[in-house]
Design a protein around this ligand. Sequence first.
Ligand SMILES: C[S@@+](CC[C@H](N)C(=O)[O-])C[C@H]1O[C@@H](n2cnc3c(N)ncnc32)[C@H](O)[C@@H]1O
Ligand SMILES: [Zn+2]
Length: 282
Amino acid sequence: MLADIVDLLRCPQCSGVLTLEGGTVGCLSGHRFDMARQGQLNLLRGPAGANADTAAMVADRVAFLRTGHYAPIAELVATAAHGPVVVEAGAGTAYYLDAILSRLASGTTSPVRGIATDISVYACRRAAKLPRIGAVVADTWAGLPIRDGVADTVLSVFAPRNFAEFARICAPDGRVLVVTPLPEHLAEVRRTHRLMTVEEGKHHRLLADAQEWFVHDGHADLRYAIDLQPADLRHLIGMGPNAFHTRAAGTDEPLRTTITVRLDVFRRRHRRTMRDGTQRAV
Ligand SMILES: C[S@@+](CC[C@H](N)C(=O)[O-])C[C@H]1O[C@@H](n2cnc3c(N)ncnc32)[C@H](O)[C@@H]1O
Ligand SMILES: [Zn+2]
C-alpha cells in the first residue's frame, strides 16, 4: 500500500521528503501529487513515453504470468533477494516483486515492503493491488523518486536499467538483481513468429554499464522448456516489445519453447575519500 512506503519516496521536482495527507502526496515546497483511485501514485514529470506498456499489453502479461510458465524465474530472484525494502524498477505488474516479498514475509515477523515503479499507468494499477507494495508511475531514465540508500534490494527484470540511480537508492550493503534473456530465450517462438531477436553482446554491455557503481557478484542461469498453448503464445507475444511491431498471427498450434535467462547479482561499490579529497571506488 502506498501509505506504507511514502516515507521512502522523494519529490520528483525538488527531491524533498514526501508525506501523504488525505489522498494527496506532497512535499514542504508545495509540490502536490494525486493518488489515483486505483491506489498508484503518479510521480512522472511529463507524459508517459511511447515505451510505456499499453493496457492490452498489461492484460496479456497478467494472463501469461498466471500460467506459471515464469514461476521458476520468480523463485530464482526470490532466493537471491534481501529485505526489508525491495524496489523493482520497470516492475510491470510486479509479479517478481510480489514473489520476493511473499518469501521474505514468510521468514520474518517484521514488516517487509516493496516499491514497484513503472512508466506505464496500466502496469502500476495492477501492481497497486498487491499486498506490501506501493506502486509509483515513474520513468527510470528521469531519475527514480526514491530516497537515497533505502533499498536493500533493487530488482530489474527485462526492464531498462539506470545503474547510477540504482546505486543512489541502494543501501550500503544493498544489492541489485538483474534478469536478462540469453540468446536462446524463446528461440522457437522468435523463429516461428519472426519476432525480434536477443541482441548479441547485450550481457557484456550490462556488466560494463554497472561497473562504475557495482561489483559483479556472480550470476545464475536458468534453462527449461515450456509447452505453450495457443492462448499462452498470444499472450506471450502480446505482452512483449514485439506487440509494438507485429500482430500475433498464425498462433493456432501448441509450441514447445526454451526459457533461458540469466540473473546477475551486483553489490554496491564503496567509495573511499583519498587524501587529495577525490573519491575512489573500492
Ligand atoms: C518487458 S516489461 C517487464 C515488466 C516486469 N519486470 C516483468 O518482467 O513482468 C518492461 C516494463 O518496463 C516498463 N518501462 C519501459 N520503459 C520504462 C522506463 N523508461 N521507465 C520505467 N519503466 C519502463 C514498461 O512499461 C514495462 O512494464
Ligand atoms: Zn517538491
